[in-house]
Ligand binder design. Structure first.
Ligand SMILES: [Zn+2]
Length: 76
């Protein structure tokens, strides 16, 4: 679910600056705990994966990036 609070203004991706995990809000899972990220104000908004990775080498959340995560693991 996209957010419009904190630093978020409807962006698809949210990075957790505390553990450097990137979340995809369009396939958010309960395990992502997005609201707790917003609660402690460590969220960073990104409109694309590319712009997020241009900023930092984020890890992908295994819950909301399940498909990409499996592809990544399988490519190792
Ligand atoms: Zn997630």
């Amino acid at each position: 679910m996209r957010r419009y609070n904190g630093r978020m203004n409807g962006e698809k991706f949210l990075a957790d600056a505390q553990n450097n995990l990137l979340h995809n809000l369009d396939s958010e899972k309960e395990e992502c705990n997005i609201d707790s990220i917003l609660l402690i104000r460590v969220e960073l908004p990104f409109t694309s994966i590319e712009s997020a990775f241009n900023h930092k080498n984020y890890g992908l959340c295994p819950y909301c990036f399940r498909k990409q995560f499996e592809m990544y693991i399988n490519s190792k």
